[in-house]
Design a protein around this ligand. Structure first.
Ligand SMILES: *Cc1c(COP(=O)(O)O)cnc(C)c1O
Length: 434
C-alpha cells in the first residue's frame, strides 16, 4: 500500500482567495492524478460539471465497468462453475473486501471484524436484533436529532416489536437553543444522567444534515461507562473520516457504499462487529446460510442447527450480489492504493479552503453550520442560507455545480479528496458569494 506525502500543502492561515492560489494548491496536490480515474457527467457545453454530491452518490471509478463485465462474462462462460472456478470465485467473493474494509474503518487486521453485505438500512436492522437487548429498566435508545429517517424507522420498529412505546423509549438529543450542532459535553451529561435506562446509543457520523463529525471515542467511552451498547451509522463516514473502531471499542457500525465509497447506486453496504462480539457465536441474530460455517454450508442433508461462523461474516444471510460487489471491488482497490489517511489529509485542506472562501466575505446571508474544528468536519459543509436560498441554489445549478438542497434552506456541498479540486471549491464560492 502506498501512502502519499501531503506535508507540502500550505496551512489554513496562508490561504488566499485568488484563482491563482486555488490553482497552485491543485498543482501541489499529490492526489490530483486520481481525478481522471473517475467518470464524471458533463454539462451541455461538454465541460465536466463541478460534482459536489459525493455525499449522495459517488462518481464511477473507471475500473467499475471492467470488473462488472468480468462477472457478466464468467456467468456466461462458466455459469454455476464460477462459484468456485471463476476468476474471482463467487463462493468467497465477499472475503476479498474484509481487509480493505478493515483499513477504512480502523478495524483490527485479520480479525474478521468487517463484512460487506445487504444494504445499509437492512444492516441496521440486523445489528439491532443483536445489540438492542432491552430489559425492564434499561430499554431506551439514544440518537441525535435530526437522525436520518431510515435509522429512526429501524430503531422505533425494534422498540415496537419488543413491546416498547417509542414515545418512552426513543431519546433524541437536540442541539441547544440557537445552536445547530451537539456539544460533546451535553452528550456526556445526558449519558451520565440517563445512561442507566439506555440500552443502546446509536449516532449517525457525520450527521447527514449538519455534517458534524461526532467524537466517537468520547461518546463510546461515556456510553460504556454506563453499561450501554454503542453503534454508529457511518453512511457519511465510510471513505470520508478515518475512525479507529476497534481501538475505540465501538460495538458495531454500519454504512453504505454508494456515497463516499463510490460503488454505485444500491451498492452493497458494510458492517463492523467488534471482535469480542464476533467470537461470541451465541449472540442472537437473524440467521441465514451465508452466515453459517462455510465448511458445513453444503451439508444440507444433515439438517443440523445453524452454527454461526465467527466474525462479522457470521451476520450474513444470503449469498451476495456479485454484480454489485464487482463495482465495490473497483472502488476499494483505489482506497487501498491511496490509503484513507492521505485522503483525509487532503479532505481537511479542501474542505478548509472552501470554508475559508465562504466565510471570508463576512456576509450574514448564509452561515456554515458544520463545526469549524477540522476533526469535527469531514467532506461536507452544510450551509444555512438566510437570504434567497432557492435562488442561490439555482445559480449554482446554472453554473454547472451539482450539490444538494435540504428543506427548508440548507445547501449541502461535499468536496471529495478523490476527484474534486481546489479550483472547483473556488468556483463554487464565486457563485455562492457573488
Ligand atoms: C444514506 C443514508 C441511509 C440510506 O439507507 P439505505 O438503506 O442505503 O437506502 C441511511 N441512513 C443514513 C444516516 C444515511 O445517510
Amino acid at each position: 500500500m502506498t501512502r502519499t506525502d501531503t506535508t507540502a500543502t500550505p496551512t489554513t492561515d496562508s490561504y488566499q482567495p485568488t484563482e491563482a492560489f486555488a490553482q497552485q494548491l491543485d498543482d501541489r496536490d499529490p492526489l490530483a492524478i486520481y481525478r481522471e480515474k473517475f467518470l464524471c457527467p458533463r454539462g451541455s457545453d461538454g465541460e465536466r460539471v463541478v460534482y459536489f454530491a459525493g455525499n449522495s452518490l459517488g462518481l464511477q471509478p473507471e475500473k467499475a465497468r471492467e470488473y462488472v463485465l468480468q462477472e457478466i462474462d464468467d456467468w456466461r462462460t462458466l455459469a454455476v462453475n464460477a462459484h468456485l472456478g471463476g476468476r474471482t470465485p463467487w463462493f468467497s467473493y465477499h472475503e476479498i473486501f474484509s481487509e480493505s474494509g478493515a483499513r477504512l474503518v480502523g478495524a483490527k487486521p485479520g480479525a474478521g471484524e468487517v463484512v460487506f453485505m445487504n444494504s445499509l438500512s437492512v444492516n441496521i436492522h440486523l445489528m439491532l436484533v443483536t445489540f438492542y437487548q432491552p430489559t425492564q429498566t434499561r430499554y431506551k435508545i439514544m440518537m441525535e436529532r435530526p437522525a436520518f429517517p431510515s435509522d429512526l424507522y429501524a430503531v422505533t420498529t425494534h422498540m415496537r416489536t419488543r413491546g416498547i412505546d417509542p414515545k418512552d423509549g426513543l431519546l433524541q438529543l437536540a442541539p441547544r437553543e440557537g445552536e445547530h450542532t451537539l456539544r460533546i459535553e451535553d452528550i456526556e451529561t445526558a449519558l451520565d444522567e440517563q445512561g442507566d435506562e439506555i440500552a443502546l446509543v446509536m449516532f449517525g457520523c457525520p450527521n447527514f444534515y449538519t455534517g458534524q463529525v461526532f467524537d466517537i471515542p468520547r461518546i463510546t467511552a461515556a456510553a460504556k461507562n454506563k453499561g450501554c451498547s454503542v453503534g454508529f451509522d457511518l453512511a457519511h463516514g465510510a471513505g470520508n473520516i478515518a475512525p479507529q473502531l476497534h481501538d475505540w471499542d465501538v460495538d458495531f457500525a454500519v454504512w453504505c457504499s454508494y456515497k463516499y465509497l463510490n460503488s454505485g447506486p444500491g451498492a452493497v453496504g458494510g458492517c463492523f462487529v467488534h471482535e469480542r462480539h464476533g467470537k461470541n457465536l451465541d449472540l442472537p441474530r437473524y440467521a441465514g446460510w451465508w452466515g453459517d460455517d462455510p465448511q458445513g454450508r453444503f451439508q444440507m442433508h444433515l439438517q443440523r442447527p445453524f452454527v454461526a461462523q465467527s466474525g462479522a461474516d457470521g451476520w450474513q444471510i444470503s449469498n451476495p450480489p456479485i454484480l454489485a460487489m464487482a463495482a465495490l471491488r473497483a472502488s476499494l482497490e483505489m482506497f487501498d492504493e491511496v490509503g484513507i489517511d492521505a485522503l483525509r489529509a487532503k479532505s481537511k485542506q479542501l474542505t478548509g479552503y472552501l470554508r475559508f472562501l465562504i466565510e471570508r466575505t463576512g456576509s450574514d446571508s448564509y452561515e456554515i453550520i458544520t463545526p469549524a474544528d477540522p476533526e469535527a468536519q469531514g467532506c461536507q459543509l452544510s450551509i444555512l442560507v438566510h437570504d434567497k436560498p432557492q435562488q442561490r441554489f439555482q445559480a449554482l445549478l446554472d453554473a454547472g455545480v451539482i450539490c444538494d438542497f435540504r428543506e427548508p434552506n440548507v445547501i449541502r456541498v461535499a468536496p471529495t479528496p478523490f476527484y474534486n479540486t481546489f479550483h472547483e471549491a473556488w468556483r463554487f464560492a464565486q457563485v455562492l458569494t457573488g
